[in-house]
Write a protein that binds this ligand. Structure first.
Ligand code: F6P
Length: 486
């Protein structure tokens, strides 16, 4: 594959503020792709999500340009600016919350969603319009290429593959979905026409990848239940309009070398000094986007129960929660942030003293501060209700220096790999979570060391280079007509 690899996703590796300053894109997708895009000859096509991105795109005549990311790495990025109203409908109504909520079982179905013209039009004139804009950029980038390969990312771009395939039947399309794939019935929330367009959009790919075997199984079952297609569950193949679509699981690893390099930075040491100065005897940590799926409220409720049931820990422990505000134009997210702040105030008021604040809430996105905290926690809480992978569950144990214990929701993708060495919890069972906090804090030194070593070994066994190589090996195998194997 001597031609540049074309990657396309909604969020790009960097984002520009109005003043021209650049920051790294947030979330697991960017973490996954940055290594790949900076090490190989690749063009990364992404939506212009801010005014600053649009300005950059205009300055480069809408073509790809080179970007130095603040955390290192050079990328060829092509920002695609969509009509602002279409983009708002795409991002704030259809992709988030509609698809995101379906794919994390977040709808409280007796109350929401109501599908009205507003939502249907958001799909037709928002979601599809933005997918069309990005598809056009893809088609321009692969123009003149023989046997082009395009790697499409995530739930924001389900209808793009069919648009590209219609113009370039020879293209090889590989689509990786970074979030869970839920069971068939959760998709019945969508009107049949929209559902069909989404599934047929995705099935225009040659290969569809997920983080886990269970998401892969759910997707295959959906193709049977909702589209009545012929499916080979064993080999992971869907037969669609005489084409074979391979469905695969590629669990995403972290770039452990890069994360270790961040842990050695001076900026991280400065944060460490501050936090060690203020540290109590025990430290619990969580680091997340402020997303409903992360289950932040139940995490604080469990801590509240723990403090109630174990008063001997009063004044000796802090629960630090570093949460990055996210998707704040979506009403459900704005409301969630308010509920988080209110609950923190209640728990701190109930248990705190004039010189002890049990929960330290930090609403900001600061990688160095997060990594400094990773190094010194005794307990890390990852209690997401459902989560595609959860890279924090891998990054924390990698750099932690205290044999910290991981509490890990059984509904995260990471649990398939790390469950054996974590304290597994049902994310809805707050008493179990409170008990897990207690078990983690009172675990023997040998127990902690054994688990910490197990986690470190797993998270250093593969890196994103391996992840991408596995996908490229499948692309090659399918392109030369090999039969699918499980
Ligand atoms: O990894 C899942 C994901 O939704 C990505 O698609 C996305 O870029 C990231 O999390 C963060 O979300 P957003 O781009 O909406 O801020």
């Amino acid at each position: 594959m001597a031609q540049p690899l074309v990657l396309v996703s909604n969020r790009g590796p960097v984002s520009y503020d109005d003043d021209g300053s650049v920051k790294r894109g947030s979330g697991g997708l960017v973490t996954a792709l940055t290594g790949l895009a900076s090490h190989r000859d690749a063009i990364w096509i992404a939506s212009a999500m801010t005014e600053g991105d649009v300005q950059q795109s205009d300055e480069h005549g809408g073509r790809a340009f080179e970007v130095e990311a603040p955390d290192g790495g050079t990328y060829h990025v092509r920002f695609v600016a969509s009509d602002p109203e279409a983009y708002d409908r795409f991002y704030n109504i259809f992709a988030n919350p509609m698809l995101w909520f379906i794919q994390h079982y977040l709808w409280d179905q007796s109350n929401a969603p109501d599908i009205r013209r507003h939502e249907v039009e958001a799909f037709e004139h928002g979601y599809n319009a933005v997918n069309r804009d990005l598809a056009t950029a893809v088609l321009e980038e692969i123009d003149g290429q023989d046997e082009p390969v395009v790697m499409v990312h995530d739930y924001q771009l389900y209808t793009l593959p069919a648009m590209v395939r219609a113009e370039r039947p020879d293209v090889f399309l590989h689509h990786f979905v970074h979030i869970p794939w839920t069971q068939s019935d959760s998709w019945r929330v969508l009107p049949a026409g929209i559902r069909d367009e989404i599934f047929h959009g995705l099935l225009a790919n040659d290969i569809i990848g997920f983080h886990t075997r269970s998401y892969r199984r759910n997707f295959l079952q959906c193709c049977r239940d909702l589209l009545e297609l012929e499916v080979d569950m064993e080999r992971g193949v869907v037969l669609c309009e005489d084409r074979e679509v391979w469905v695969r699981a590629y669990p995403l690893p972290i770039d452990y070398e890069a994360t270790r390099a961040v842990a050695r930075r001076e900026g991280v040491s400065r944060f460490e000094e501050q936090l060690l100065r203020r540290r109590r005897e025990f430290q619990i940590l969580r680091v997340d986007r402020a997303d409903l799926s992360k289950n932040v409220l139940r995490g604080f409720t469990a801590f509240d129960i723990f403090l109630e049931q174990h008063p001997e820990f009063a004044e000796r422990i802090t629960f630090t929660a570093q949460l990055m505000p996210s998707r704040t134009d979506v009403p459900e997210y704005a409301e969630y942030l308010e509920k988080i702040e209110a609950l923190v105030a209640v728990v701190n008021h109930r248990h705190g003293t004039p010189d002890w604040m049990p929960i330290d809430l930090k609403l900001r996105d600061d990688l160095e501060e997060a990594v400094a905290s990773y190094k010194h926690y005794d307990v890390m809480m990852v209690n997401a209700m459902f989560d595609g992978m959860n890279l924090v569950a891998k990054e924390g144990p990698l750099v932690n220096e205290r044999d910290g214990v991981s509490i890990l929701s059984e509904n995260t993708g990471a649990h398939e790999e790390l469950g054996e060495f974590a304290l597994s919890v049902n994310p809805f069972d707050v008493q179990e979570l409170a008990d897990a906090i207690y078990s983690a804090l009172t675990m023997s030194a040998e127990g902690r060391a054994r688990r910490a070593a197990g986690l470190k070994e797993i998270v250093t066994s593969r890196d994103p280079g391996d992840w991408i190589d596995e996908q490229i090996a499948d692309i090659r195998a399918k392109a030369r007509g090999a039969a699918a194997s499980a």
